[in-house]
Design a protein around this ligand. Structure first.
Ligand code: 6PG
Length: 472
């Protein structure tokens, strides 16, 4: 038999599931892990699923692959990726391809693409979304780097990816670190989406007074409309899950401290560098930080007071309003994410295709949602649209939902329930749609105390004034 040319190193769960997905689709694949026993056990257990071949040492792994080799690296982002690359490079031939399928920081990917290209090795920084289940049954795949490298693995990637309406959830993203950048923004949107759902939960529980079973029903119902998405679907299932130890709702036993591995924070950091207001994602990152200072919050809860009022309005109306607030804020979060990707593309010289990104996020990934079809349509209609909120479909949706969105915020503020992502999204919407903002005063203050100068509305030029009443 001819040697395979596709290999995968790093057999943690994501690596294992991706390798099984490749083999199940009939593509021969050689697998490798730092511990040989793990590789042998893996092939022993799953070898019957397809053409999976074990290797022992890294030398044996590379020797079992025919050039041009395509080697997927599935190890923890950061230094481990560099270590694996360094161990592979001396064994490779010019024209071979390395693929990093982890959540690497895009600047690391940019560096690796460049340094490996100088050695004749192609490198694809590839976002893979969908968690363990997606890796096995069809993830969303976001490959970035040299396009010629992508062509080597295109038949495999497009086959193992999730398929929506016959279209694979995988497309070539662009040069350099763009694949990992797009995956990073995907994760940032994931943070915003999760925070918005959590705020809806807080209001359903603490304003509307619903039980977990009722909350599950609300999410199930929402999942049949505009909000239809993976995250809403799993949220409903979470509220239906019973703790086997106590027989009560499991979610109530989960400590309210959110973890994070960094991709949301990176998205916010990059948005600050680019000067793009990505408020929804950033509030979601801050909300996780706030949740993490549990001890401080517990102490403060005995010291600081709130309004101490209960909701007295119509519960059905409130539930409908929360749904509208969630939908509208979600539109804002996605709009901001796409603006950020555009700004990054300009900054880094990437040719990103937002409609194609929306297309490959329709299935496989964590933020998959019916709504992404609408984003794709919006870019099909107008590829140059500067902000998705301006697309007729989303403009109409924001017009339709904003009364409920505003009422939701009023209720939350009256009751003292924190809704940072809902409120920052509305503030963004209200600021973005305004011709005039009070930044004239900020400019005047800057000029007053630091002669930072300002521009005028009535004539061209740069001005500096002596501020203060004429008598001073
Ligand atoms: C995905 C997920 C995946 C991972 C997140 C979790 O697209 O499949 O985003 O990459 O589950 O990175 O991130 P946090 O641990 O930061 O919440």
């Amino acid at each position: 038999m001819d040697k395979p040319n596709f290999g995968l190193t790093g057999l943690a769960v994501m690596g294992q599931n991706l390798a099984r997905n490749v083999a199940r689709n009939g593509f021969p694949i050689v697998v490798h892990n730092r511990t040989e026993e793990k590789t042998a056990a893996f092939v022993n257990e799953f070898g019957h699923e397809g053409p999976l071949f074990a290797s022992t040492t890294i030398e044996d792994f590379v020797a079992k692959l025919a050039p041009p080799r395509a080697i997927m690296i599935m190890v923890k982002a950061g230094a481990p990726v560099d270590q694996v690359i360094d161990s592979l490079v001396p064994l490779l031939d010019k024209g071979d391809l390395l693929i990093d399928g982890g959540n690497s920081l895009f600047t690391d990917t940019e560096r690796r693409v460049k340094s490996l290209a100088a050695q004749g090795i192609r490198f694809l920084g590839t976002g893979v979304s969908g968690g363990e289940e997606g890796a096995l049954n069809g993830p969303s795949i976001m490959p970035g780097g040299p396009e010629a490298g992508y062509k080597i693995v295109e038949p495999i990637f497009t086959k193992i990816a999730a398929q929506v309406d016959g279209t694979p959830c995988c497309t070539y993203i662009g040069d350099g670190g763009s694949g990992h950048y797009v995956k990073m923004v995907h994760n940032g949107i994931e943070y915003a989406d999760m925070q918005l759902i959590a705020e809806a939960y807080d209001l359903l529980k603490n304003a509307a007074g619903l039980t977990n079973a009722q909350i599950a029903d609300v999410f199930t119902e929402w999942n049949s409309g505009d909000l239809d998405s993976f995250l809403i679907e799993i949220t409903s299932k979470i509220f239906q899950t019973v703790d086997t130890d106590t027989g009560n709702s499991l979610v109530d036993y989960v400590l309210d401290k959110a973890g994070q591995k960094g991709t949301g924070k990176w998205t916010s950091q990059s948005s600050l560098d680019l000067g793009v207001p990505v408020t929804g994602i950033t509030e979601a990152v801050f909300a996780r930080f706030l949740s993490a200072i549990k001890d401080e919050r517990v102490a403060a809860s005995h010291i600081l007071s709130g309004p101490g009022t209960a909701f007295k309005g119509n519960v059905d109306q409130l539930i409908a309003d929360i749904r509208d607030a969630l939908y509208a804020s979600k539109i804002v979060a996605y709009a901001q994410g796409f603006v950020q990707m555009h700004a990054a593309a300009v900054e880094h010289g990437w040719k990103l295709h937002p409609g194609e990104i929306a297309t490959i996020w329709r299935g496989g990934c964590i933020i998959r949602a019916r709504f992404l079809n609408r984003i794709k349509d919006a870019y099909d209609e107008n590829p140059e649209i500067v902000n998705l909120m301006l697309a007729p479909y989303f403009n109409e949706a924001l017009t339709r939902t904003q009364a409920g969105w505003r009422r939701t915020l009023k209720t939350a503020i009256e009751l003292g329930i924190p809704v940072p992502a809902f409120s920052s999204s509305l503030a963004y919407y209200d600021a973005y749609r305004r011709e005039w903002l009070p930044a004239n005063l900020i400019q005047a203050q800057r000029d007053f105390f630091g002669a930072h100068t300002y521009e005028r509305t009535d004539k061209e030029g740069i001005f500096h004034s002596q501020w203060g009443p004429a008598s001073e």
